[in-house]
Design a binder for this molecule. Structure first.
Ligand code: GLU
Length: 468
């Protein structure tokens, strides 16, 4: 049987979960699910000056929101120092690493000399054969082979060759005893039996260093797949200048997690011309072969379009649930207020096609929920002239007598009133729309009135008739 596929997402908690990180996590998750493997979450928090518990929480929150469910972890590197220590000791014991007693000042001086002579600022290997000096502080350096090449056979980038003599004897344990990034990544990936490393191509240059450490442990390196970066429309690396980059900012802006996931997967991966995928389809179709070699460009308009598609294609009940927190946040619904979900779903249904985000939807829902509406001044001037007000008064009298306040019955009442007054249906419908919704655009007016209900409809008409 083939080895179990094991992949990981290894964020450093020095910021929120951002678009690029979420895409890396998603690709790992899909790869694991597609291959019936395991997806591991590892928090790389060894840089204690920049890592915080709040960011760990924020990353976890982002992953949960996107439903990037991991199977093992979260493991924290800061809880694993003993493991790194024992691995470092193993390399020391086998002569594959050595203690370096050079002080910061000495190293700096040699770097300057090298720069002055036009040599690369590489450690000169001076301590490779030093005697043990018990009372002196030391770092542990990896004995990097100085001849030959290290070849990265990348699943996405293809073959990338590195000359070993360009690589430094890197420090794997600092003088304060803490291990360094390239070392702990390898130890963890060995210890967690990772089979495929899928990560951003900003790590490609670290890969030869890491492969050499695997070899020192006589461990077969996993397969590597380095993802091309994500750029903004101006082809610069995606950053805050291009709009929100934090995943949770998209929740706040009223995006659906599935829409964002669907958008993220298309940043670099394609499956024919298909744009909209269910989770099951993603798991079924996802592979590394269809990841492009060139950078992906982040396109907020496309994400917005996709979100609209997800709003349309979800059930009204699902969207009603999703929009409720936005109604509360906008102060349209009180937190403790009971809101009839069935009624809300009906209202939502009329607006699904017209709303690209949950914020937009919540704003439109105002005229269903609030007691009164604020009427747009231009709409008022155009459609609530004295003649129209008279028509509205007639209509109100008719509506007061209705017992079945359904769209079908309402339409009948409107039609017969138009006949009675010899006016066009639109001459009633448009002023009513303005009086009931506050603006000139809305879903079908009979449906709207049915959902707004008799009580509020009459109140709003009265207010307009009385000149309010
Ligand atoms: N912790 C690294 C980062 O946040 C990822 C390391 C890796 O995936 O190997 O960029």
């Amino acid at each position: 049987m083939d080895k179990e596929v094991r992949v990981r997402f290894a964020p450093s908690p020095t910021g929120h979960l951002h678009i690029g990180g979420a895409r890396t996590a998603l690709f790992n998750l899909l790869f694991a699910r597609h291959n019936n493997g395991k997806f591991i979450l590892r928090i790389e928090d060894t840089d204690t000056t920049r890592s915080t518990d709040e960011y760990i929480e924020a990353i976890i929150q982002g992953m949960k929101w996107l439903k990037l469910d991991w199977d093992e972890g979260p493991f924290r590197q800061t809880a694993r120092f003993d493991i790194y220590k024992s691995y470092a000791e193993k390399l020391l014991g086998e002569g594959k690493a050595y203690r370096c007693y050079c002080s910061q000042e000495e190293l700096e001086q040699r770097r300057q000399e090298a720069a002055a002579q036009g040599r690369p600022p590489k450690y000169d290997g001076r301590c490779r054969n030093s005697e043990h000096q018990p009372d002196k502080p030391f770092t542990v350096r990896f004995k990097t082979p100085q001849e030959g090449q290290t070849i990265v056979n990348d699943l996405i980038k293809g073959v990338v060759e590195f000359e070993n003599n360009q690589l430094d004897d890197m420090i794997i344990v600092r003088s304060d005893g803490t291990p360094t990034y390239n070392f702990v990544v390898v130890v963890d990936d060995i210890d967690m039996k990772i089979t495929h490393i899928i990560r951003g191509d900003d790590h490609l240059n670290n890969t030869p260093k890491q492969i050499l450490i695997y070899k020192a442990f006589d461990w077969d390196p996993p397969a590597f797949g380095h993802l091309p970066m994500i750029l903004g429309a101006d082809k610069a690396r995606l950053s805050k200048r291009h709009g929100a980059t934090s995943v949770m900012a998209y929740e706040e802006m009223g995006y659906l997690p599935d829409a964002l996931v669907n958008y993220l997967v298309r940043l670099g991966w394609a499956y024919g011309d298909q744009e909209v995928f269910s989770r099951d389809e993603l798991i079924k179709f996802f592979d590394l072969e269809n990841i492009g070699k060139s950078a992906a460009v982040f396109n907020p308009e496309k994400l917005l379009w996709l979100n609209g598609q997800y709003i349309i294609n979800s059930t009204a009940a699902e969207i009603a649930d999703a929009v409720l927190p936005f109604l509360v946040k906008a102060g349209i619904v009180r937190n403790d207020e009971h809101i009839d979900k069935e009624w809300l779903s009906k209202a939502v249904k009329t607006l699904q096609e017209r709303s690209k985000t949950l914020i937009e939807l919540a704003t439109s829902l105002k005229y269903y929920i609030n007691e009164h509406v604020e009427i747009d001044q231009k709409a008022k001037e155009k459609f609530l002239k004295p003649d129209s007000i008279k028509v509205l008064a007639e209509l109100k009298a008719e509506l007061e007598n209705m017992s079945d306040f359904s769209a079908v019955e309402l339409e009948k009442v409107f039609v017969s009133l138009a006949e009675k007054l010899s006016i066009k249906l639109g001459s009633i419908a448009q002023p009513v729309r303005v009086a009931i919704t506050g603006s000139t655009a809305s879903p079908g007016i009979f449906e709207v009135i049915e959902i707004v209900g008799k009580d509020k409809t009459l109140k709003r008409l009265s207010k307009v008739i009385e000149g309010g």
